[in-house]
Design a protein around this ligand. Structure first.
Ligand SMILES: [Zn+2]
Length: 281
């Protein structure tokens, strides 16, 4: 099984949260609640063993502070190198950083990054529909056939820490701007998959995958069957959002449903392998 959506942080940040909350608006928004959950790479690997997850994609969280972004990127890359293939590193980008942001992205690719994200445009204070701003990153990704993971927001419903405003309307604009890139939209794309029932939208979104991270916090369990029906199981990725949610919480939900083995294999690992094996490095 492959979990396409997990987050890890170095002990230095977990132990000195107050200091980092002052530095970075994303940390502040996500972790000011004293009950927030954290995971180091070691803790994630223990959970993976316990819950029979073979590989996890470890993502950034959309840091707004460039120093913090590089620091966590190094941690993600080093942890992946030491994990004997269990952790797949995706590194954070910070487009408002202009030239130095692009240099950081290139540095990460050279150090083994397999994709960018999770980006969180609202925390990072940039407009994802700004084609000019996004283009350098999308060109790097296209060159290596690496995906970008974008935090997507439901345009309706309850607010939660980090919900944001990256709604389906904005996502479609960005995806149409970069038709040759692979996209992974977190949290069911904020509901965007429903609009794949429109033929022109489904054509535009042919390179888009959706992860089900944090799904039980957002949707009724029926969403898995509905999404398979609308999209086909080949566009859905198993993702938890660990440590926010344990992978088993989501797999337990899925296994209550009558989803056949072939579709489950697609969601649990085959689609992930498909995306990750497209890369030409
Ligand atoms: Zn997210």
């Amino acid at each position: 099984m492959i979990d396409f959506h997990t987050h890890i942080l170095p002990v230095e940040i977990i132990n000195n949260l107050e200091k980092y909350i002052q530095k970075d608006t994303t940390i502040k928004a996500l972790f000011k609640n004293p009950n927030s959950k954290f995971s180091t790479a070691e803790f994630l690997c223990e959970k993976m063993n316990e819950q029979h997850i073979n590989q996890s994609v470890v993502l950034g969280m959309g840091w707004s502070d460039s120093g913090l972004n590089s620091f966590v990127n190094d941690y993600i890359l080093d942890s992946a190198k030491n994990s004997l293939g269990k952790l797949i590193p995706f590194t954070g980008i910070n487009p408002p950083d202009l030239k130095s942001g692009i240099n950081e992205a290139l540095r990460c690719i050279e150090s083994g990054s397999k994709g960018f994200g999770e980006i969180h445009c609202d925390f990072q204070n940039f407009n994802i529909t700004d084609k000019h701003l996004m283009a350098p990153y999308m060109e790097i990704l296209e060159q290596y056939k690496f995906p970008i993971v974008i935090h997507a927001s439901e345009p309706v419903g309850h607010l939660y820490a980090g919900k944001g405003l990256t709604t389906p309307e904005k996502l479609v604009k960005t995806i149409e701007d970069f038709p040759n890139n692979n996209f992974v939209l977190s949290h069911w794309g904020g509901g965007l998959f429903f609009y794949e029932l429109m033929p022109e939208i489904s054509r535009s979104l042919k390179n888009v995958f959706y992860d089900c991270s944090a799904s039980p916090f957002l949707y009724d369990n029926k969403i898995f069957e509905i999404a398979i029906n609308i999209l086909d199981s080949t566009k859905i990725l198993f993702g938890s959002d660990f440590p926010l949610m344990e992978p088993s919480r989501i797999s337990n939900e899925i296994e209550k449903l009558s989803i056949d083995k072939k579709q489950l294999d697609n969601i649990y690992w085959k689609n992930a392998i498909n995306i990750l094996s497209q890369s030409n490095v």
